[in-house]
Write a protein that binds this ligand. Sequence first.
Ligand SMILES: *Cc1c(COP(=O)(O)O)cnc(C)c1O
Length: 403
Amino acid sequence: MTDKPDNQADPQAWAPATRLVHGGTLRSEFGETSEALYLTQGYVYQSAQQAEARFKNEEPGYQYSRFANPTVSMFEERLRLLEGAEACRATATGMAAVTAALMSYLNAGDHVVAARALFGSCRYVVEDLCPRFGIACTLIDGTDNGAWEAAVQPNTKAFFFETPANPTLALVDIAAVSAIAKQAGAMVFVDNVFATPMLQRPMELGADVVIYSATKHIDGQGRCLGGAVLASEKFVEDYLSVFIRQTGPSMSPFNAWVLLKGLETLPLRVKAQCENATKIAEFLAGHPQITRVLFPGRNDHPQADLAKRQMSGCGQVVAFEVTGAKQEAFRFLNALQIIKISNNLGDAKSLVTHPATTTHQRLKPEARAELGISDAMIRLSVGLEDAGDLIGDLEQALTAAAA
Ligand SMILES: *Cc1c(COP(=O)(O)O)cnc(C)c1O
């Protein structure tokens, strides 16, 4: 197997779409066109001396797939090239990526400031898990730059947020908040799942660590779980790699292979989904039974200017409220025919969920109210179906719900 990409060209000079098709390819002596799936746990050494050299890090090469695997390496390199990061490590799930990134870096006695509007399990990590290991956490309104500044303590080591946030699509000003973190000597960890690497590059705005659930748009077809952490070489060498190697949240080679192929079509899928989402948001905003639409691509989004500044596209998730409350929302969901009820997102299939009773049911009603998640709120992840069919489905379900 070659250690270098087969092509002599410099992948850094390629546009993103080219990086996503050719970046990171490791071609074996058989010259396969498509990336090989190396389903192997271990690697055979030519001699005891070679095994010793590999373990002492004196010779490059693979040792055990908990540490690294060629198919996983291809996925990591392709995503690294897209993000423009120094280093990337893949993990079994998005939550493994969040947990590994934060827990590999933080120590007892440290303090984290995090936005309150977080994916449920991310909030568990900072709100419940961190304090059990002596890491204090302050949750704030991430949309308020002053709140980040006010929450800083002498031992603040990390800022953590997602933007756009689930499910209200509230934004955090990445550049402004990163500047505050730099002043405070804290590292900025951004969960960039909702924006995807196609629409937002947090590192270019000052963030230090970017985290993905590859389960979402990177797979994009609802098959495999996966995650990734992108950061400086130093962060990966000093903290992340040893943590992954010793605690084992490693990505399966099979999943890496599926996700690697997912990266090839990511720009096409994200573009088509954004176009569909824009049409659907427009339709919903004009419908008498819809009281509110939250979509970063619309001028009535409370942070529309910031969306334009830091995102190159609007995303594919639309949040909205129907007239009434839980009962009306449920009637609407149950009447949908094409759009499926599921708490996942980023899929080719359009998926809809009622956050108050699913993804955010763990929160107390006051905590949901604080985040602006009402019983009438619905989150729609727009897929790759025909926009006319999707709008037709929404329209007939709204009619059925009103009957
Ligand atoms: C899905 C998701 C995660 C967790 O990813 P898994 O792959 O399900 O573990 C984290 N953050 C956000 C914003 C997500 O949407």
